[in-house]
Design a binder for this molecule. Structure first.
Ligand SMILES: Cc1cc2nc3c(=O)[nH]c(=O)nc-3n(C[C@H](O)[C@H](O)[C@H](O)COP(=O)(O)OP(=O)(O)OC[C@H]3O[C@@H](n4cnc5c(N)ncnc54)[C@H](O)[C@@H]3O)c2cc1C
Ligand SMILES: *[C@@H]1O[C@H](CO)[C@@H](O)[C@H](O)[C@H]1NC(C)=O
Ligand SMILES: *[C@@H]1O[C@H](CO)[C@@H](O)[C@H](O)[C@H]1NC(C)=O
Ligand SMILES: *[C@@H]1O[C@H](CO)[C@@H](O)[C@H](O)[C@H]1NC(C)=O
Ligand SMILES: *[C@@H]1O[C@H](CO)[C@@H](O)[C@H](O)[C@H]1NC(C)=O
Ligand SMILES: *[C@@H]1O[C@H](CO)[C@@H](O)[C@H](O)[C@H]1NC(C)=O
Ligand SMILES: *[C@@H]1O[C@H](CO)[C@@H](O)[C@H](O)[C@H]1NC(C)=O
Length: 480
């Protein structure tokens, strides 16, 4: 089973033991977690530290977005209210040598990245405040905040952070992995706009990292390198002046087209009806929009839904609730990054069709999602000090590279099938030298190892977590 990683096997424990013979629960790490939970409930109280049966325990244990993460049973769940609680939690976890996990918005599809069996889960669902500081022209965000909550909440003040494209997703995990937003072509990745990060280090020490202070190395690592460097308890980010509800400065929306594709595969010749949609926005007039996106608008459409929009309305265009087949789903990713114009784009599309054929009897839906990254975005990123993955400058005049993403959602009864054997990620074409997007690739793709700053990242990790506690005691990005 080449793609069944250690990480994956932890995730697959999930209460499917009967349906999945052979999947073992791994190490027995109950005792240190029990010690940690006992100490923590004494320190913080049973309101903030709950075990099975607690008022919020069940909702949290089963509350992650992805099915892979809905079955683990944390020994206890800590619901911090402020950074002091996180300091107590981390110090206790470290000294008890317990396994643990951290959850922001809970949208990661990587098994075990936001939940834990026999360990301590730190769930930020009670740390959801955010505010705009007009003097500093920045936004403070706590790690439990979802993208939509902050863009809705600050709408009347005309500002928003560079976050994501889907409201229900957490700001926290998204930004730590990079963060792609509709604002990104002009404003950079979400993490490019970090100003200061309050971070609880593995040993329980709380520090504030900025681009210029003594923790600037940690600051850069957290721009894309994510969860293993410490727990971020507060983000200070640039306020982007996106306008209020009355400022419908954007033109755009969605265009749906129908593509009928014939693919041939080993057994039968199958015909697939593929619905494609393009989501296009331009901060400008209708005339400018039509000029900029003329090529897209020339495709015969079955439905168009375009018009003047405020930024907040832009954020509501991709609501997952509109997607059919909602319900518990296990999601598998296959990420790539490539330069168009080398045949890779076509290859990627064809491989996705083949992939869809492979899973046609099991997957609820498969997706091929393309996010273009423009040179302007890389320029903004560099102007803000770069990230741990900063890509090379583009080879093309108008845009630099694309993130193609293969996505498949499986209903609960198939998550134990041999998906990983058949999800042959090595077949997904990519251009050497381009970083994978941590948040939109499969954990076995080892995104961090594709970063331009990978060697530096390892060095920074050694400095901030000398005993490699996070690699040993939490599930997260591979490669450190
Ligand atoms: C429907 C959907 C739409 C998406 N759309 C976009 C998009 O438009 N743009 C985009 O860039 N990405 C998008 N993503 C991917 C998204 O970036 C990731 O799923 C991301 O992990 C979500 O963050 P979260 O806080 O909700 O997740 P969580 O699962 O809570 O956290 C993800 C990871 O970050 C770690 N983490 C979270 N908070 C902290 C913290 N405070 N300190 C340290 N570590 C922390 C967790 O331990 C975990 O490893 C989308 C995902 C989904 C499911
Ligand atoms: C794990 O350890 C605990 C405490 O030592 C013990 O009670 C439990 O039975 C063990 N579980 C397994 C699966 O070995
Ligand atoms: C966190 O809250 C506790 C009370 O629950 C308080 O004693 C402590 O000072 C607070 N810490 C911070 C940093 O605000
Ligand atoms: C997104 O990036 C963060 C930060 O590195 C990481 O912890 C998280 O698990 C990533 N999400 C996914 C779905 O890979
Ligand atoms: C959108 O365009 C308006 C008008 O040109 C401008 O004031 C505003 O700053 C732009 N918004 C962003 C986020 O660039
Ligand atoms: C082709 O597929 C059908 C149904 O999916 C199956 O019954 C048949 O055995 C397959 N044929 C071969 C030669 O694999
Ligand atoms: C389609 O995928 C299968 C399984 O991964 C592989 O064996 C086959 O060679 C692929 N076909 C093409 C045309 O890529």
């Amino acid at each position: 089973m080449p793609f069944l990683s250690k990480t994956r096997s932890i995730g697959l424990v999930v209460g499917y033991l009967l349906a999945c013979p052979g999947v073992s629960a791994g190490q027995n790490h109950t005792t240190p977690a029990k010690t940690a939970c006992h100490t923590l409930s004494t320190l913080l109280g049973t309101d903030k530290v709950q075990s099975a049966g607690g008022a919020q325990y069940e909702a949290s244990a089963t509350g992650a977005w992805d099915l892979y993460n809905q079955f683990d049973k944390p020994t206890c769940i800590v619901f911090p209210r402020n950074s002091s609680d996180v300091v107590s939690a981390m110090r206790t976890i470290f000294h008890s040598d317990a396994h643990y996990a951290v959850r922001g918005g809970g949208h990661s599809a990587m098994p075990g990245w936001n939940t834990i069996n026999n360990g301590v889960l730190i769930d930020f669902s009670q740390m959801k405040s955010f505010s705009y500081d007009p003097v500093r022209d920045s936004i403070f965000i706590e790690p439990g905040v979802l993208n939509g909550e902050v863009s809705d909440g600050l709408q009347s003040q005309g500002v928003a952070p560079v976050g994501g494209r889907v409201e229900a997703v957490g700001f926290s995990g998204l930004a730590l992995g990079g963060g792609l937003s509709f604002l990104s072509p002009s404003q950079g990745w979400a993490c490019d706009r970090f100003r200061a990060l309050d971070v609880v280090l593995t040993n329980g020490r709380l520090v504030t990292a900025t681009h210029t202070n003594e923790y600037s190395d940690l600051f850069t690592a957290l721009k894309g390198g994510g969860s293993r460097f410490g727990i971020v308890t507060r983000y200070e980010v640039d306020a982007i002046h996106v306008g209020t509800a009355a400022d419908k400065t954007y033109w755009g929306g969605t265009i749906n087209v129908l593509i009928v594709t014939t693919v041939t595969y080993s057994n039968v010749s199958g015909t697939f009806t593929t619905a494609a949609s393009v989501t296009l926005f331009y901060n400008g007039t209708e005339a400018q929009f039509k000029q900029v996106f003329a090529d897209f608008l020339a495709i015969p459409a079955i439905a168009t839904n375009l018009g003047p929009l405020s930024y907040n309305e832009v954020m509501k265009v991709l609501t997952p609730s509109q997607a059919p087949g909602i319900g518990p789903r296990a999601t598998n990713y296959g990420g790539s990054t490539l330069y168009p114009g080398q045949g890779l784009f076509e290859k990627s599309y064809n491989n996705w069709l083949n992939f869809s054929v492979n899973f046609k009897d099991e997957a609820s839906r498969t997706f091929w999602v393309i996010t273009p990254v423009f040179q302007s975005q890389i320029d903004v990123s560099r102007a803000h000090g770069g990230t741990s993955f900063t890509p090379p400058n583009g080879q093309f005049p108008s845009f630099s590279f694309l993130f193609p993403l293969f996505l498949a959602r499986f209903p609960s009864h198939v998550i134990c099938s041999d998906i990983y054997d058949r999800l042959d990620i090595s077949r997904i074409p990519r251009s050497p030298g381009l970083p994978l997007y941590l948040n939109e690739s499969e954990d076995v793709q080892d995104a961090l190892t594709t970063y331009s700053g990978y060697e530096k990242l390892k060095e920074i990790y050694r400095k901030y977590d000398p005993t490699r506690f996070n690699v040993r005691r939490m599930v997260g990005p591979n490669g450190l």
